[in-house]
Design a protein around this ligand. Structure first.
Ligand SMILES: Cc1cc2nc3c(=O)[nH]c(=O)nc-3n(C[C@H](O)[C@H](O)[C@H](O)COP(=O)(O)OP(=O)(O)OC[C@H]3O[C@@H](n4cnc5c(N)ncnc54)[C@H](O)[C@@H]3O)c2cc1C
Length: 417
């Protein structure tokens, strides 16, 4: 792999930028692999990278039905934080934040991780109590989080409106300073490039259409739009399409798939220094390095596989944003889009073995899995390579929905982006 460095930049600047290589190969699928990952989003590519780098596994393929990063990885609002309530969740998400902190160096690819802090606004006494509980629980778990008064929140984020005339006044906010954003495409591309350099075949335009099992019920092959591929290990990392793929192996998943929307404004000069989230009025916003305001809306109220959502959901969000930031009222929205998110009953992910030998699943990240990408890849690769979970993902089983050991982040917060 050609390494990026100041010297390489200078050399290519002098040679008219003609010396750069392709970032990853585009191989035809082989007849057999030691492991196959279905889904070329950030989580799938990170899993392949860790399988190759940490576990020395070779002859691995990532199958992607369209282009890598074209699913939720390239559609999300990139909020990264780890201020979740329960011990299992904060340890899972903080594991990821720690990996984000060095990800550009690990991959030798600038993922533009920017730890600008997330403010989670409290608009009523219930919010205040819930967020203070989060602050205390996080601190006990060694995760940074602090309580700010409304005036302190405004000092941290000057454009925020806090006057008492608001329909939902800001009473205070929880601030996680290590939270941030990253460039989503760069995450997919960086992992693809690093995995490719370790020999992983990234096969785009190759949809899995069937999972073939042998007489004992173990995984034997994947049928794809580019032919049958034999393998004894399959990791399914397909976000909103997980239920469909797991159904190919005869497994019914505790998942519902909804469209979730986001939108961006025209670009403006730097105006918003941090991420602001409001669960109560359902709005979240940050500013990209290009200058666009990146705004997240809610899920549609019904299940669907369409990668767009209803207009009233995004208009509701814009009303909430304008209430918090009246100065943004005159800005134009440039684009809106949707992605299909896979939601579990407790809003926590599943990173686990399944009852089918050789079949593993990483799903249920719902509206908030981008932040977990590096940690998820690391833990899922461990689970696939060793055929047992890492201690951090051990609680995130499929069986918890049968046995009742839920990690109920849905009850802990209205929104989990
Ligand atoms: C609008 C929106 C905003 C969001 N905001 C945030 C946020 O601010 N912070 C956060 O942490 N998370 C956020 N999320 C959630 C986050 O995007 C996802 O949890 C995360 O990106 C999932 O990553 P992934 O790699 O598992 O999925 P994906 O990137 O969706 O990758 C799955 C891949 O599987 C492929 N695939 C599907 N079926 C097949 C098949 N049969 N064969 C081969 N390939 C297949 C798909 O094409 C897709 O590329 C948001 C999501 C959306 C939609």
């Amino acid at each position: 792999m050609q390494r990026f460095s100041a010297l390489a930049l200078a050399r290519n600047a002098l040679s008219g930028q003609t010396g750069w290589q392709r970032q990853w190969r585009s191989p035809d699928p082989a007849k057999r692999y030691n492991a196959i990952i279905i889904g070329g989003g950030g989580h799938g590519l990170a899993t392949a990278f860790h399988l190759a780098r940490d576990h020395g596994m070779r002859n691995i393929a990532v199958l992607e039905k369209s282009w890598i990063g074209g699913g939720n990885t390239g559609r999300n609002t990139t909020i990264i934080r780890s201020n979740y309530l329960f011990n299992a969740s904060s340890s899972l998400y903080d594991h990821a934040v720690k990996l984000w902190e060095n990800l550009s160096q690990t991959l030798n690819y600038n993922v533009m991780f920017s730890q600008r802090g997330v403010l989670m606004l409290a608009h009523n006494v219930h919010d205040e109590q819930v967020f203070k509980r989060h602050v205390h629980a996080n601190r006990l778990n060694g995760v940074d989080n602090e309580w700010l008064t409304a005036a302190q929140a405004k000092a941290f984020c000057p454009p925020l409106r806090i006057d008492a005339g608001m329909r939902y006044p800001v009473l205070g906010a929880a601030l996680q300073r290590r939270a941030g954003v990253a460039r989503h495409d760069a995450v997919a591309w960086g992992y693809a490039r690093a995995a490719d350099a370790l020999g992983v075949d990234i096969v785009e335009n190759c949809a899995a259409t069937s999972i073939v099992r042998d007489r004992q019920g173990a995984v034997e092959a994947v049928e794809t739009t580019r032919g049958r591929i034999a393998t004894a290990k399959i990791g399914v990392v397909a976000a909103g399409n997980t239920s469909v793929i797991m159904g190919m192996a005869g497994l019914r998943m505790p998942l519902e798939s909804f469209p979730l929307q986001a939108l961006v404004s025209e670009p403006v000069k730097p105006v918003l220094p941090c991420i602001v989230m409001s669960n109560t009025i359902h709005a979240y916003i940050s500013q990209s390095d290009k200058g666009e305001l990146v705004i997240g809306a809610g899920t549609d109220a019904y299940i669907s596989y369409s990668q767009r959502g209803a207009l009233h959901v995004s208009t509701h969000t814009l009303e909430a944003i304008c209430e918090l930031f009246p100065q943004f009222r005159r800005m134009r929205m440039l684009r809106n889009w949707g992605g299909i998110v896979d939601v579990t009953p407790d809003r926590s992910p599943i990173i686990a073995k399944t009852s089918v030998p050789g079949l593993y699943v990483n799903c249920g990240w719902g509206t908030g899995g981008f932040k977990a990408t590096p940690g998820s890849g690391h833990l899922f690769a461990w689970t696939m390579a060793k055929d047992e979970p890492h201690p951090i993902n051990a609680p995130f089983t499929l069986e918890r929905f049968r046995d009742g050991f839920l990690i109920d982040e849905a009850a802990a917060a209205a929104v989990s982006h």
